[in-house]
Ligand binder design. Structure first.
Ligand code: SAH
Length: 272
């Protein structure tokens, strides 16, 4: 049993006044982190703390202090992990990076969606509460932090401008487009034409579906911690989703994640 990770973090700073709280960076699956841990190791070394059956990696990327971890899949896993990032590692803000199913009509495999808001599509305590509303919290749509989401979207736009055409040619996708809007989350891998149609009918503004983002956004809302979510589209949540998801995750997700996070963290590091 670990003692108190906070004190370990402080000890690392040699007792000096804490000037910069770290950024929490998380994904569900290792492929979604790309080479981030290698980049941290190469820069200033990584210290790993195991807590609640997860490994939290502490270090810097482009000079910006970060705690990087894997949540695993689903809303509970995501909520538990983000709670630890907030309470045990005192993160200043949270960024989630990963893949998702495209739901919006214009959202294709290889596109990127940055959340402005997130909602739990499988939460339904009606008729006691409106469908999708978190009971006793009175909220269904959780906002991403506008500044953080803007920085992430800017990093995505730079990636598309600099490498979009080459990436499309390399992966056989269309040139990536960056979308901003609603991401919906639930404890289901959506993989049927009927399933994705039902989501579109219920939530016409939804751009992408995944399994963690809105849980993270709820916890961050409750604790007043800024958060942002970026998702690369691995599939279109229809009958082809399982095959499309697996090949995208294996072959492409890491490249996108590297490209986006590098640009985002470079810009952030230059402000530190
Ligand atoms: N054990 C599987 C788990 C994948 S679940 C594996 O490792 O292969 C799918 C993951 O990708 C979740 O983390 C979810 O957030 C995201 N995702 C991608 N496409 C999705 C879709 N169509 N529906 C729901 N989640 C999706």
């Amino acid at each position: 049993m670990m003692s108190a990770p906070m004190s370990a973090v402080d000890a690392d700073r040699g007792g000096a006044p804490v000037s910069h709280r770290p950024l929490g960076i998380l994904a569900a699956l290792p492929q979604e982190l790309g080479d981030l841990l290698e980049a941290m190791r190469a820069e200033a070394g990584v210290r790993t703390i195991t807590h609640g059956q997860r490994d939290y990696h502490l270090g810097t990327v482009h000079g910006a202090p970060c705690v990087v971890t894997l949540a695993r899949v689903g809303k509970v896993a995501a909520a538990a992990t983000v709670s630890a990032l907030i309470h045990a590692f005192d993160v200043e803000a949270i960024v989630f990076t990963g893949v998702a199913g495209g739901v919006g009509a214009e959202v294709r495999v290889g596109d990127i969606v940055v959340a402005d808001a997130l909602l739990q599509h499988d939460l339904d305590a009606s008729p006691l509460f409106p469908r999708f509303e978190v009971p006793l919290l009175g909220v269904s749509h959780f906002s991403a932090d506008a500044a953080l989401a803007g920085q992430l979207a800017a990093a995505c736009e730079r990636f598309v401008a600099e490498e979009g055409a080459a990436s499309a040619a390399r992966f056989g996708t269309r040139e990536p487009r960056v979308h901003r809007g609603l991401i919906i989350s639930g404890d289901q891998f959506v993989a049927s034409a009927e399933g994705v149609r039902a989501l579109r009918d219920a939530l016409p503004n939804a751009l992408a579906v995944e399994m963690e983002g809105a849980a993270i956004a709820q916890v961050c809302h409750e604790y007043g911690v800024p958060c942002a979510v970026v998702r690369t589209i691995s599939d279109t949540a229809d009958d082809h989703a399982p095959a499309s998801f697996v090949s995208f995750l294996t072959e492409i997700a890491g490249t996108y994640s590297n490209a986006i996070l590098t640009r985002f963290l470079q810009a952030r590091g230059s402000r530190v």
